[in-house]
Design a protein around this ligand. Sequence first.
Ligand code: AOF
Ligand code: ZN
Length: 422
Amino acid sequence: MSISVQDEKHLRAALELAREGIALCSPNPAVGAVITDKDGNIGGTGSHRYEGRKHAEVLAIEQAGSRAKGGTLYLNLEPCSHTGRTGPCTSAVFDAGIKRVVAAMPDPNPAVGGRGFEQLRGAGVVVEVADGELRAEARRLNESFAKFIQHRTPLVTLKAGMTLDGKIAPPPGEQDSPTALGIAGASMGWITSEEARAHVQTLRHESDAILVGVGTIVADDPLLTDRTELPRRRPLLRIIVDSRLRLPLESRVVKTAKDDVIVFCGFAEESHKRELESRGVRVEQLPLYPASWALAAGGRPVKSSDSRPDMRSLAKRLGEMEITSLLVEGGAMINWAALSSEIVDKVFLYYSPKILAGTGAVPSATGEGFRRMNEAAHVKNLTLHRFGEDFAVEGYLKDPYEARLQVVPAPESRTGQIYEGV
Ligand code: AOF
Ligand code: ZN
């Protein structure tokens, strides 16, 4: 259905109001609403906050008061038709006397899924749904909600910063020791530009959780925080995958832990576990992934330890914790573990125009790798971004709006979900 230029303007305003809810609405969707009165003047607006409970359309209706009667409601998501923490918004819409609803997209929540529009139409309200660019923007805004509400696991984004030839770090130095912290990272020089790294902060701000392997903690000693200084409802959950629980007590994540750090391990030595817990770090054991042979970061063949947390179980566990989005930030072993376990929905890969070459430099993902070209992870729906002289590729391995995960049993050659030394 066609919408007018005026409609488009108000719908875009609703989308902007929705964006104000980023990091404040999770695990609910980001929703914004605008109501115009009979004469087309703005009568009320609303933007959803999880803590505030009230849905955007209810906030706008309350603000508009009697001006809602005979008016139009613009919002980026179909009004809900069910009772959750609040009553159905469809009832609030016709009780307010709103005659027309213009929405940017249907609600991916299976409890709603088109029934909101149906109920409104059944009650004589004119319903129009946008298409094209506005709809695409609205879908992009709530993609983690779409994944979470349908699968109960977070939208997983694999983020990596690398050279043009796909290296995430120069060869690990001779001086490296498993106990020295921060031996790589900033001290070795950044690969990507300041602009690109600032954008990573935006990605972190939009995420509920961030995940790295303990190898990254040892090499870079990162903080893993959201440093945008923008408000967020829950602190960014910092997750460390650490097979044998060797997370150093003197690492910056442990030193700054405030119930926002969780370590998933396969095996936990009791005293170290207690030490971490006394510093505000949560430690959880996860089901193990079957052992097999793989290549370690330096290309050395290793027998995996038997205590490797399974990435799919990890994603499920995060879903139980209402984590709707997860940013995987390496290192190379974790990247392969995430890819090979098929938990990755999308990638955000930053490239700096540099070439490291050599066999010793660390590739973006190690492990067995996919063995045939037709098994390679295929990134679709690409968007290219520029950050100074760097660029980034954003794209999808899965459609977050797809209702069901395709359960494809991993072929034999893909069992190398190994992160020995992680
Ligand atoms: C929101 N905010 O502005 C709209 C939502 O548990 P409840 O009652 O908060 O319901 C959450 C569902 O309501 C959510 O999954 C989505 O389907 C629908 N619309 N939710 O949190 C809003 N309009
Ligand atoms: Zn609602």
